[in-house]
Design a protein around this ligand. Structure first.
Ligand code: ZN
Length: 229
């Protein structure tokens, strides 16, 4: 006897039957906000395919477009590029820390004292939620909330597994303190930039973020999701 459509569906999805998946990556299209002087994201028709009522598309984008990973080689000479980072970094439990109440103004920094309040443990995956997510990502804004140098040193010394932030750069716009990139990447701690944490509350989740397997590149766009525990 034929099984019902419902049971077929649940069999196919048995792995994720009760999961709540939150997409925390930015959509990629011709309107995607881009960090100044980076490559615009453009989509165009490469070749029409009337036989399928569709097309082959051409896509151009920079390596640091939308939600993306900075590899250690982005800031450290001779360090791992995106395809050499062990995938264990990118899959597993993580903690979202919400600073959108403690930092009332855009343009402020997530600082070491703020992080110390959160009791971060060695090896954690840490995602930083700020007012950037509440403002949204319709365009690029100069006054985004960032991580300051001392806070980056603090996370690097804790040897966290990964750090993510809801800004297209983890470093202050036009800032001369490069530690937010250098301190973390020197310890082989990948950075996720361009997260959208608008619909995520502080707490523990399972993270899956997989950068495109771009050979020898210093960064790569990624799809990032959180799974509620
Ligand atoms: Zn980047």
């Amino acid at each position: 006897m034929a099984k019902s459509a419902v049971s077929n569906l649940s069999e196919r999805n048995s792995w994720g039957r009760y999961m709540k998946i939150i997409d925390i990556s930015l959509p990629l299209n011709n309107n995607t906000p881009i960090y100044p002087e980076n490559v615009p994201f453009t989509v165009s028709i490469h070749r029409a395919m009337p036989e399928y009522a569709t097309q082959l598309s051409s896509i151009t984008f920079g390596s640091h477009t939308g939600t993306h990973i900075d590899a250690p080689g982005h800031a450290i000479e001779g360090a791992f590029m995106i395809d050499k980072i062990p995938l264990q970094n990118f899959i597993g439990s993580c903690r979202v820390l919400d600073f959108s109440d403690s930092l009332k103004y855009l343009g402020e920094a997530v600082t070491e004292p703020l992080l110390k309040n959160k009791n971060i443990k060695r090896g954690e995956r840490i995602l930083l939620k700020t007012r950037n997510s509440l403002r949204g990502f319709k365009e690029f804004y100069d006054d985004y909330v960032y991580l300051d140098g001392d806070a980056a040193d603090y996370l690097a010394n804790l040897a966290v597994t990964l750090v993510g932030i809801d800004a297209l750069s983890i470093k202050k716009r036009r800032g001369s303190d490069h530690r937010p990139h250098v301190s973390l990447l020197a310890k082989n701690i990948p950075i996720i930039e361009g997260l959208n944490l608008a619909s995520v509350s502080e707490g523990e989740y399972e993270l899956i973020v997989l950068p495109l397997n771009l050979t020898g590149m210093e960064g790569a766009p990624a799809r990032a999701v959180l799974i509620e525990k």
